[in-house]
Every structure is written in C-alpha cells, then in structure tokens.
Unconditional design. Structure first.
Length: 336
C-alpha cells in the first residue's frame, strides 16, 4: 500500500512535466526553419496544392487553435495524422514501439546482469590483472560508436563466419509470424511459433550485442565502485571478522549493498539506449521506433515528432518510477 501511494504521487508529479514537454515540443517543431508541406509535395507543387494540404492537416489554423486541437486529440487517444504518410500516428507508432522496446529491454537487462556479476567480481580482485583488464575492456567498449561497432559485427559474424542471419529485418518473412505486441520474439513465444522464435532470436543477436557493449561500461563502473565501498566498510569487516561464510558475505552484505546505486543509473542508461537505437536500427534495418522518429524529424512531420517526444518522456517517467521503487526495496533507509 505504501509503494502504491508513492507510485500514485510520483505519477501525479509527472503530469506537469509531461504538459511542459508537450508545450515545448509543439512550439519548437514549428519555429524550426523549413516547411513540411513543401518537403512532402516537392518543389513543383503549386500554391493551391500547398494550401489544400495545409488545410487538410490543419496547418492553416492559428497556432493556439492547432495546439488546442492537438491537446484535445491527446485526451481522446488521437495523436494526429502523419504528414508524410497520411496514416494515423497512433497506428504507425503501435507497430514501431514493440520492436524497439524489445531491443532496448533485452540490451539493458543483459547489460545490468553482466555489470552486476563482473563489477562485483572485479571489486573482489581489485588491483589484480583481471580487474585491470576488465576495466580497460569496459572503457574501450564505451568508446566505440554504435554504428561502427554494428558494421564490424555484421562483417565478422555474418559475412565472414556466417553465424547470424542477414541484417535485413527482424524476422524471416516465411515464418508466418502472427503479430500481437509488435515485439517479434515475444509474439513468437506467445503464439508458440518455434521457427519464428528462432528467427527472431537470431536477428536480435547482433543489435542487442552492439547495445550491450556500449552501455555496460557505466553500469559496471558503478557496481564496482559500490562494491569497493562495501568491502572497505566497517560493517562488512565486522561481519567477516565474526566468521560469517563467504556465501553469506557475498549475498547478504556485498551484493545487496553494491546494487543500491544501480537502479537509478540503469534508468539513465535505459533512456540513453532509446536514443542509441536510432543508429542501431539504421545499421540493422530494424524498422523500429527510432527510425520512425528520425524520419519524422527529417521530414518535419509535426505529429510524428510530437508523439515521439511524448512517448520518450513517458518512458523516462515510468522507468525512473520503477528505479525509485527498486532502490527503496534494496535500501531500507530510503523512505517512500
């Protein structure tokens, strides 16, 4: 009950933040130079054609009227119509969010697990060769650009070794996958489609690995630093001096205390991973939310850009809410 009240209070506090994001995004996309109608119609379009298109998308109305129509649509679940494709923004986004969330969630979960295991392992061997090697590898991985790393992995794993399928989509077209959530691996599991599950898992390997290599370093450094603090603390030294078993020290003292900082940092990394998917999706032809949002920005597609920013802001809000709750569970000193 206490956690439920805390979650409700945080969600209420997020309402003015989301309203501010909506207002700022609405204004910024319209003050930037360029005309989305001319971009879509091309240079040979007449003024009559451009005026008709503006009227069709409501761009001939005053800004205050456009904003009120947009906000009214948000409350009814209408995110507008894409200027580029003429399709519903909500419909387009529904088939794009699932693949990107699947990619990001898998990458962040794997990176968090790796960072936890390797960070504690490194802290317990601080100053040794394994510790130095792991820290150097993490630094190198964090310095590699996503698009370059993705291209190198494609060259090695697909072109040279042939271990993974071609980077030309999310699942093979002959698997007859029935879409439910838009996340191919999850949909294949829900429908019991074994060939589709194997195909989706194979296509996920390289993009997930690319993101894991890039985002694991800050998580690993955080876990290692926390573990070193715990190892040097009086409480841990006293527990070790009283003869507690190594297993009890590792699980009951070191691991739990070392993970206190991890939820907040993982939430930040999750937001960074959503931004990183733009390049990763482009390299692997993923056709997800990142590519869709980037195309909308390039074409000045107002409804697409606005919906993309609102969804990202909402994801940040929910992820940090989850991180705060997990932090409170790990650290009893935190009051929620």
């Amino acid at each position: 009950m206490r956690i439920a009240r805390f979650a409700a209070r945080r969600l209420l506090q997020a309402v003015p933040v989301l309203l501010g994001v909506i207002v700022v995004t609405f204004v910024l996309v319209r003050v930037l130079p360029g005309d989305p109608i001319r971009t879509i119609l091309g240079p040979n379009a007449t003024e009559a054609d451009a005026a008709a298109a503006r009227a069709r998308y409501g761009l001939d109305q005053p800004l205050w009227r456009q904003f009120l129509d947009y906000v009214g649509g948000l409350f009814s679940g209408d995110l507008g119509t894409s200027i580029q494709s003429g399709a519903s923004v909500a419909g387009e986004m529904a088939v794009r969010v699932g693949p990107t969330m699947e990619l990001v969630v898998l990458a962040v979960v794997i990176a968090t697990l790796l960072a936890t295991v390797l960070g504690i392992w490194s802290a317990r061997r601080a100053g040794r060769a394994g510790d130095h090697t792991l820290r150097v590898l993490a630094l190198v991985g964090n310095s590699l650009p996503e698009f370059w790393l993705g291209l190198v992995l494609i060259l090695l794993a697909y072109s040279v070794l042939g271990w993974v399928p071609a980077p030309s989509g999310r699942v093979d077209p002959d698997t007859d996958l029935t879409l439910i959530t838009g996340a191919d691996l999850l949909d294949a599991a829900l429908t019991g489609n074994g060939p589709a599950f194997a195909s989706a898992a194979g296509h996920l390997v390289l993009p997930v690995l690319t993101m894991v290599v890039v985002i694991v370093a800050p998580l690993l450094r955080s876990v290692r630093a926390s573990a070193l603090e715990v190892l040097g603390s009086e409480a841990y030294q006293a527990a070790a001096a009283h003869g507690l078993s190594a297993r009890t020290l590792l699980r009951g003292y070191l691991t739990r205390a070392a993970l206190v900082r991890l939820p907040a940092l993982a939430a930040l990394v999750f937001g960074f991973a959503i931004g990183s998917t733009v390049l990763v999706e482009y390299v692997f032809s993923w056709q997800g939310f990142g590519q869709w949002a980037l195309r909308g920005l390039l074409y000045r597609d107002y409804p697409v850009v606005q919906a993309s920013v609102v969804v990202i802001a909402l994801c940040y809000t929910l992820i940090f809410l989850i991180a705060d709750v997990v932090h409170a569970v790990l650290d009893p000193r935190v009051r929620i």
